[in-house]
Ligand binder design. Structure first.
Ligand code: GLP
Length: 258
């Protein structure tokens, strides 16, 4: 796991965008896109580079991580609408190559299997962007998710439903109880994972993910098994890490070499 310590949300966005751009410069890329507030500064920076520096997503393909069950794709709070509003509609990624799980599928179990297979058929994800839930979840893989799980239907925890109530007029009851999410095994197959975390509310989960044991109780900790995982943090999210000095030294050396 590589830890990148940043001074601000904007720097988190620049560092994560650097990793996405580096892969895109190598040729057509399959991007894994996360929703939620964490990647907002990353998307803002990618949109800026698209507008001001000619970074093009024309040849890219994208798969989102997760979706609420029961919401049609055009519901304003579906992750399908959210990713378009917050990123895709502002760049030149062809909509035909934006893939999202169908939360309103009649057979959610079959939809999960189809979605997992579609990722494999596309050649797998080159760069997977991730946020981290305050309870350690990635995607919607709640604590105790199987570490080798595939895309599937999950029950949302009440903590996650409360955390996401802000998108449903602060009414936790309006947040769907079920979702579709890429599994931890699916996410683990991405060729690079880039997790961004911001703010004090993520500090405990960041510590458990980076320095705790690999455990289904902190699903993000599965990234310790990933061959190329990068964790990009603002000072508040990094505040509870114990090896901060080591991460700083490694980062300085890495920056010097690149
Ligand atoms: C949400 C999403 C995740 C996201 C996480 C953190 O519920 N399913 O993909 O990374 O929880 O959300 P946020 O970035 O808004 O803090």
């Amino acid at each position: 796991m590589q830890i990148i310590l940043c001074d601000s949300a904007e720097e988190v966005g620049r560092r994560a965008a650097d990793l996405v751009e580096a892969r895109m410069r190598q040729g057509p890329a399959v991007l894994g896109l996360a929703t939620g507030s964490s990647p907002a500064s990353t998307y803002a920076e990618l949109i800026r580079r698209h507008r001001e520096e000619g970074l093009s997503f024309r040849d890219a393909t994208a798969f989102t991580l997760d979706e609420y069950a029961g919401l049609p794709a055009d519901h304003p709070q579906s992750y399908s609408s959210t990713i378009r509003r917050e990123f895709v509609d502002s760049v030149d990624l062809p909509l035909a190559r934006l893939h999202t799980p169908r939360g309103d599928a009649g057979d959610l179990v079959a939809e999960a299997v189809r979605y997992d297979a579609a990722i494999v058929d596309a050649g797998g994800v080159d760069v997977q962007l991730l946020g981290l839930g305050a309870n350690g979840h990635i995607g919607f893989n709640e604590p105790t998710s199987s570490l080798r799980s595939r895309t599937r239907v999950k029950t949302l925890s009440s903590a996650t439903r409360q955390a996401n109530a802000r998108f449903f007029e602060d009414d936790g009851e309006e947040v769907p109880k079920l979702c579709l999410t890429q599994g931890l095994g699916t996410i683990g197959e991405s060729r690079q994972a880039v997790l961004v975390a911001l703010g004090t509310t993520k500090a405990s989960a960041v510590r458990a993910m980076v320095e705790g044991p690999v455990s289904a109780f902190c699903p993000g900790s599965v990234l310790q098994l990933h061959p190329k995982a990068v964790v990009v943090l603002d000072p508040e999210a990094a505040a509870r890490l114990t090896l901060l000095e080591y991460y700083r030294e490694a980062q300085a050396l890495d920056d010097e070499l690149s």
